[in-house]
Design a protein around this ligand. Structure first.
Ligand SMILES: Nc1ncnc2c1ncn2[C@@H]1O[C@H](COP(=O)(O)OP(=O)(O)OP(=O)(O)O)[C@@H](O)[C@H]1O
Length: 275
């Protein structure tokens, strides 16, 4: 059996922007024929500067937005990406985590209910089973039992991202798309959340697509790296290949502009934790 969880072939997305009083109508080629594949238990990082098309690609992979053309396969099954919307089966398999989880947490819902909701909607588990599984997951992501009955505003940014991760895992997905998941967090909290993601990946054999503009984070988390530039994948390979021998002039410029201190700091923290 193939070990590929996610495969994209020639994915393209054009946006038609209507003209205004002083501007002409135009087409934005946000994603231009991008292909990739990710094996089970591995992380593909998609990196590039603002506007390069990485979020558009994340929204296509999670069927939040349709593609203009191209093919997408999840667990070997071809998905119709010409229109948006996940089927119930795919909703179990594919989950997305955004930069700011607060926007997707209902301020009037207690965390226990936030975590139980995917089970309520997608399974026929009893209230007691949902409660037990929600509590288990809460502890798994490093939160405490006392947090179960608290509301989203009572948590820090890092804790909210842990809640979002816990909620995403409630249905045992095979693929997690993480769109700038640590960008809004302080560096020390970033390291903790990255560490948690790495632990969960090991434990559940999760597959990640990790979208980031931050090379130091990508260097830590990725197995494979795809660099996007104006909608195109200009570089694609294993992390070590891409970082040690970048081929495209854009990648070289991007790397030259990245401070190395961040990587060292994150690694040092992770090493301390592991010790
Ligand atoms: N709904 C839309 N309508 C028109 N153009 C869009 C739309 N969404 C994105 N774009 C354009 O598509 C291109 C890619 O945008 P996208 O958000 O995917 O980039 P990004 O690399 O994720 O940037 P950022 O990190 O700032 O979100 C940009 O030029 C953007 O302006």
């Amino acid at each position: 059996m193939s070990n590929i969880v996610l495969q994209g072939k020639n994915i393209t997305r054009d946006y038609h922007v209507r003209g205004g009083l002083f501007t002409k109508a135009r087409t934005v080629h946000a994603v231009k024929g991008v292909s990739f594949s990710v094996e089970k238990g591995k992380t593909l990082a998609i990196v590039g500067e603002s506007g390069c098309g990485k979020s558009t690609l994340a929204r296509i992979i999670t069927l939040i937005d349709p593609a203009t053309s191209g093919e997408l396969f999840i667990d070997g099954q071809q998905i119709d990406i010409s229109k948006a919307g996940l089927t119930p089966e795919l909703r179990r398999k594919v989950q997305i985590i955004f930069q700011n989880p607060y926007g997707s947490l209902n301020p009037r819902q207690k965390i226990g209910d936030v975590l139980g909701e995917p089970l309520l909607i997608n399974t026929d588990k009893s209230a007691g089973e949902r409660r037990d599984l929600a509590m288990k997951m809460l502890l798994k992501v490093g939160l405490e039992a006392k947090h179960f009955n608290r509301y989203p505003h009572m948590f820090s940014g890092g804790q909210r991202q842990r809640i979002a991760i816990a909620r995403a895992l409630m249905l045992n997905p095979s693929l997690l798309v993480l769109d700038e998941p640590v960008s809004a967090l302080d560096l020390s909290v970033q390291a903790q959340v990255l560490n948690l993601l790495a632990d969960l990946q090991d434990e559940f054999n999760l597959t990640y697509v990790f979208i980031s503009h931050d090379l130091s984070v990508v260097r830590y988390i990725a197995d494979e790296v795809m660099v996007m530039y104006f909608g195109e994948a200009v570089e694609y390979g294993s992390r070590d290949e891409v970082f040690s021998n970048p081929q495209h002039s854009y990648t070289k410029t991007l790397f030259a502009a990245t401070p190395r201190a961040d990587v060292a700091s994150i690694k040092a923290r992770l090493a301390r934790k592991a010790a």
